[in-house]
Design a protein around this ligand. Structure first.
Ligand SMILES: [Zn+2]
Length: 305
C-alpha cells in the first residue's frame, strides 16, 4: 500500500527561482491530501501530474502567506473545473473568515460546499479519519497560531492466502471471523484458529509535518516514533539567534528534535532564500541524526517501515 509524500514547495517566505513556498501532497493508499498551499501550488500540482479535483482535504498549518496564499486560487479553479463535492479545509479559526471574504469581494459563488474545520491549539487532536487513515493536529511554537499534522495508517486486517481458502473450503463468514481473530468450526467439525491461516500485514506507518516552529521540545510526544518527519530548518546553526527571534529552527535543532522523538527518517525543508545549496543542511543535521535528507521540489519520498 503506498504512503508517500511529494514536495511541491519547500522554500521559506518568498517564492524564488529555486523554491516554491510550502505545499506537499500526501498520498495514502491512493487518496491525496494537501498540506499547506503557498502561492503557485496549483501550478505545481499540474507539473507533478496531480489532478486538482482529487484533493478533497486541505490542511493549512498557519496563516502566514507562504503557507496559504495559493488556497483561494486553488478553490476558484476547482469551481471553474466543475467541482460539486465538498472540500474540507483544516486550519486556524481565521481561515474561514479570510476565504469567505476573498470569495465575497470577488463575487465568486461556489457550486460546492466548503467545510471548515478549525484547529484547536490545546494539544494533539484527531481531526479527520476514514477507513485507512487518521489525521491529527498538534500545536507548534511560531509567531502566530500554527499546527503540525500527523498522518497515521490504520491497522489493516490480516490476509488469508487463496490456497488456505481452497484447502479448508472457507466461506465468507469464516473469512470475516478468522480475520477478526475468532475461531471457526468447519462443516466437517474441524475447529480452525486464526493462527493456522492468517498472515499478518505490514505494520502501520506515520508521517509528521512540522512547519513552522522554533526549537520546541514540547512537540516531541506528538511526533514520537514517526516513520517520517518533515521538520522545518529555515536556517543553519550560524543563524541560530535569527532562528530564535523569527520563531524558526536550524538544521541542528531539527535533527535534535528528530533524535529525541526517535523517528525513523528526517526530511528537512522550509529553507531561507539566503542559502544556495541545501547540502549544508544535511551535513549539519546528520551529526545529530543520521537518517536525514533535504526536500526539493518534485521529490517523492516513501514513508519507510
Ligand atoms: Zn510562518
Amino acid at each position: 500500500m503506498n504512503f508517500e509524500v511529494t514536495i511541491l514547495g519547500c522554500g521559506a517566505a518568498t517564492p524564488t527561482a529555486r523554491h516554491n513556498p510550502s505545499a506537499q501532497v500526501v498520498n495514502v493508499h491512493d487518496k491525496l491530501f494537501l498540506i499547506d498551499c503557498g502561492e503557485g501550488t496549483q501550478m505545481r500540482l499540474r507539473e507533478e501530474k496531480f489532478r486538482v479535483q482529487r484533493i478533497n482535504h486541505i490542511f493549512i498549518s498557519h496563516l502566514h502567506g507562504d503557507h496559504c496564499l495559493g488556497l483561494v486560487g486553488l478553490i476558484c479553479s476547482q469551481h471553474l473545473l466543475g467541482r460539486k463535492g465538498p472540500l474540507h479545509l483544516y486550519g486556524p479559526p481565521d481561515l474561514k473568515e479570510w476565504i469567505e471574504l476573498s470569495l465575497k469581494v470577488s463575487q465568486t459563488y461556489l457550486d460546492f460546499p466548503l467545510e471548515f474545520h478549525a484547529n484547536s491549539f490545546d494539544g494533539k487532536n484527531l481531526i479527520m479519519e476514514d477507513k485507512s487513515i487518521e489525521v491529527y493536529s498538534f500545536p507548534l511554537k511560531h509567531r502566530i497560531e500554527c499546527c503540525g499534522y500527523q498522518f497515521v495508517e490504520k491497522p489493516r486486517l490480516p490476509r488469508i492466502e487463496k490456497s488456505s481458502i481452497l484447502e479448508f473450503d472457507l466461506q465468507p463468514s469464516h473469512i470475516i471471523a478468522l480475520k477478526h481473530n475468532q475461531e471457526v468450526t468447519l462443516s466437517n467439525g474441524t475447529v480452525l484458529t486464526p493462527e493456522q491461516v492468517c498472515i499478518d500485514v505490514a505494520p502501520v506507518r506515520s508521517y509528521s509535518y512540522c512547519s513552522d516552529t522554533m526549537y520546541w521540545e514540547t512537540l516531541i510526544p506528538s511526533i514520537k516514533g514517526s516513520n517520517l518527519l518533515y521538520h522545518e530548518s529555515t536556517f543553519l546553526e550560524s543563524e541560530k539567534e535569527r532562528a530564535k527571534t523569527t520563531f524558526h529552527s536550524t538544521a541542528k535543532q531539527a535533527a535534535r528534535i528528530a533524535a529525541q522523538a526517535e523517528v525513523k527518517q528526517l526530511l528537512l525543508g522550509h529553507f531561507s532564500s539566503r542559502y544556495g545549496d541545501e547540502r549544508q543542511f544535511v551535513e549539519e543535521a546528520s551529526e545529530f541524526f543520521k537518517n536525514c535528507t533535504v526536500a526539493f521540489e518534485g521529490l517523492t519520498i516513501h514513508v519507510p517501515y
